[in-house]
Design a protein around this ligand. Structure first.
Ligand code: SF4
Length: 65
């Protein structure tokens, strides 16, 4: 199923602003301080990078559906 939502979920842990997600997919993620999702990005076109970024996030705060 195509990814239609990507968000920062800090309910269990906090983004540590490491920048790894932006390095993986700068079309979707930017880290001016804490990570923000570029809501105008084409999530479906970057699915593998979004999944990689979520798996690699040291804080486990990148969620998608
Ligand atoms: S990889 Fe995770 S902890 Fe690092 S900046 Fe991105 S959201 Fe924050």
């Amino acid at each position: 199923m195509a990814i239609t939502k990507v968000w920062l979920d800090e309910s269990n842990d906090e983004c540590v602003s490491c920048g790894a997600c932006e390095a993986t997919c700068d079309a979707v993620f930017s880290v001016p301080e804490k990570m923000v999702v570029n809501e105008s990005a084409d999530f479906a076109a970057h699915e593998s990078e979004i999944k990689d970024a979520a798996e690699s996030c040291p804080a486990g705060v990148i969620k998608f559906s």
